[in-house]
Design a protein around this ligand. Structure first.
Ligand code: SAM
Length: 218
């Protein structure tokens, strides 16, 4: 399989065609080898229009959702970004090419370890990953110009609002465990938070102190 052809088709048909116009996002998604972030048996499906299993009951997000969430942060290149839910590391790789530094938190150690290995192989060196409950953010590295949460939350964890810089954007799925609304919250200069609903989505649950309790997750 020619993965560069598959990537071009993914960007043209799934991302540009659905209205993502941020050229930097499109170029990065054309360049990052998404197939390396899934197990060998699924590599032929890596550029399809869907999320895929990555083990531990978790998923690598659909390419369009990665693009839409990244574009929603409106990145310029000099930001420090917090990502919650490293998962496969694919979204982390995309962000790392678009900002100064990415701080990424994953609660499942085996996933964080696997992601770290691939990101190192790709020589993406502006990434810090830690294994922890990401619902409380990463206080000693705050504030962040952007926070991207790749798991569905019942509400907006207040720590994320506290750790957002003035003008910073928080993008996260908010809703119940079956479906959520992708929401963008911007911290305005007057200290208020502007809240926008971007689209419906379906993510695995954000599990932790400020998210879903593990016992309630099926
Ligand atoms: N964006 C990732 C990718 O490209 O592979 C996919 C992320 S996956 C949809 C969601 C991830 O969030 C899972 O790996 C899950 O373990 C993680 N997660 C859930 N709750 C978390 C928490 N409280 N802190 C950190 N990670 C969490």
């Amino acid at each position: 399989m020619d993965y560069s052809v598959a990537r071009r088709r993914m960007v043209d048909q799934q991302i540009s065609a659905r209205g993502i116009v941020d050229q930097r996002v499109l170029e990065v998604m054309l360049a990052i080898p998404r197939h390396l972030f899934v197990e060998v048996g699924l590599q032929g499906h890596a550029y399809g229009d869907a999320s895929l299993p990555i083990g531990e009951k978790q998923t690598i997000s659909q390419p369009y959702m990665v693009a839409a969430m990244t574009a929603a942060l409106e990145l310029q290149g000099d930001e420090r970004i917090l990502e919650i839910g490293t998962g496969s590391g694919y979204q982390t790789a995309v962000l790392s090419k678009l900002v100064k530094r990415v701080y990424s938190i994953e609660r499942i150690a085996v996933l964080a370890g696997r992601a770290r290995k691939i990101l190192d192989q790709l020589q993406l060196s502006n990434i810090n990953i830690k294994v922890a409950d990401g619902t409380v953010g990463w206080a000693d590295q705050a504030p962040f110009a952007g926070i991207l949460v790749a798991a569905g939350s019942p509400d907006v964890p207040t720590r994320y609002l506290e750790q957002l810089d003035i003008g910073g954007k928080l993008v996260l799925p908010v809703g119940d465990q079956d479906q959520q609304i992708l929401t963008r919250i911007t911290r305005q200069e007057d200290g208020r938070f502007k809240r926008e609903k971007l689209m419906g989505c379906r993510f695995v649950p954000l599990i932790g102190e400020q998210g879903w309790q593990l016992e309630t997750v099926s």
